[in-house]
Design a protein around this ligand. Sequence first.
Ligand SMILES: Nc1ncnc2c1ncn2[C@@H]1O[C@H](COP(=O)(O)OP(=O)(O)O)[C@@H](O)[C@H]1O
Ligand SMILES: [Mg+2]
Length: 306
Amino acid sequence: MSDAITLENISKKLGGRQILNKVSFTIETGDIFGYLGPNGAGKTTTIRILLGLMTQTGGRISILGKNVSIDENRRNIGFVLETDGLYDQMSAHDNLVFYGRLYGVTQSEDRIRDILRLVRLQDRARDKVSAYSKGMRQRLALARAMIHNPDILILDEPTAGVDPTGQVEVRQIILDMAARGKTVFFSSHNLDEVQRICNRIALINRGVIQLYGETEKLQREMSKSEVLIETSAAIPETVMSELRSLPGVDVREIKDNSVVISTGNSTGIPDIVDFLVRRNVRIEEARRREASVEEIYTSILKEVEP
Ligand SMILES: Nc1ncnc2c1ncn2[C@@H]1O[C@H](COP(=O)(O)OP(=O)(O)O)[C@@H](O)[C@H]1O
Ligand SMILES: [Mg+2]
């Protein structure tokens, strides 16, 4: 697979604040890539830089293997930003004709019909956009992004503000777009939807990438490597700090009489149990734990809170 988009150490400073800090990830051709993060994480800023609407303070971007300017790539990219940019007083059909002209593509009525069918608006093609629901507008914005038949689609929170049924529809359209060979990059603060439809994920918080990789692999790795240990009394702080310093060990959660520890290759679950027993910690129970990406998400977000 070739790379569709690569970001290398993209940083952005705005008004003295570090909005993005060395953001790096690769999106491969054919990916549905989920750019996940809470509000204010830096998703829109990344997208703006990617689209050339803002310049980075540092770092490199390459699109479709070429390190060329965004202007040369614009024909290969379709996008939807936070505001949908549709003309309210025009119909869906006329919006598409208009945007097609902007991109210099004269398109047949057949093609417009095809795109409207893709976003399931064929029956409302002649209605004014002002009469549309938020979900319908978003679907039309997706159609508009497809107008010049780009290879890559970049969507900033395409399901935000859309009701649950509408969200399902938007997700289905994203899947359909991918089935047509498009590479899709979309941002979201909704972990569940990202897990559902993305084959690759990057999690950003406070301008820093916290997690990146194939969805399945992340789920597998995370679920394998956690152990929940219940003790008869709280583990003394001195033991805890010693535990933390073991290679590959990461303490994810501490309660009165239990800890959740993520383990690495160099220190396995038996090693941790052995370590605790030697320090006279009475273990009631130790068991492998299935961590969902949701738990990982919340635990990572918690870690970086002040
Ligand atoms: N033009 C700007 N000037 C200063 N700060 C900004 C500007 N745009 C965004 N920010 C700040 O950058 C951070 C990231 O914003 P943004 O990329 O919009 O996050 P997200 O899209 O993940 O919600 C936020 O803290 C936001 O307040
Ligand atoms: Mg945003």
